[in-house]
Ligand binder design. Structure first.
Ligand code: ZN
Length: 153
């Protein structure tokens, strides 16, 4: 849109100053609209967060139920990914204030909350997932020799 605007300016020269003014008004209005729309989107997001917090466990609306379930699932996924990242970096996230603390720390350096040690739970989850995957593969590759199944992982 700005390229077209620039083109118009070059080809029509000074005569275009009136058009340019209109173009600027368009641009200004578009910027204002975009800015208000962004604000609305942010407010929708806030409203959604509030609504989720208040009603995730006691809504009778089935549409909301589905959305809430999806949000909860994604939040769990994010938490698990953050834990993995923290484990890679050798840090652990404070459950209260969210500060990254060294994995060896017993308490958060910022708010003083007790930090939980959390390796065993994750290892268990991975093991279960691997077991399920292995089962499916065995069924599919049933006719072939068993020795192959390890190579497919
Ligand atoms: Zn903290």
């Amino acid at each position: 849109m700005f390229e077209k605007f620039a083109e118009t300016l070059t080809s029509a020269g000074k005569v275009a100053s009136e058009k340019a003014k209109i173009g600027t008004d368009y641009a200004k209005l578009n910027v204002k609209i975009a800015s208000e729309e962004k604000a609305v989107a942010d407010l929708y997001q806030k409203a959604g967060k509030l609504y989720y917090k208040l009603y995730k466990d006691n809504t009778s609306d089935s549409d909301s139920c589905l959305v809430f379930a999806e949000i909860t699932e994604k939040l769990d996924k994010v938490k698990s990914l953050k834990d993995q990242l923290a484990a890679l970096k050798g840090t652990v996230e404070c459950p209260v204030c969210g500060k990254e603390c060294a994995v060896d720390d017993d308490f958060c350096g910022k708010c003083g909350a007790k930090l939980a040690k959390q390796e065993p739970e994750e290892a268990k989850t991975d093991a279960v997932e691997e077991a399920e995957e292995a089962e499916i593969k065995v069924e599919v590759v049933d006719d072939e020799e068993d020795a192959d199944s390890d190579d497919n992982v």
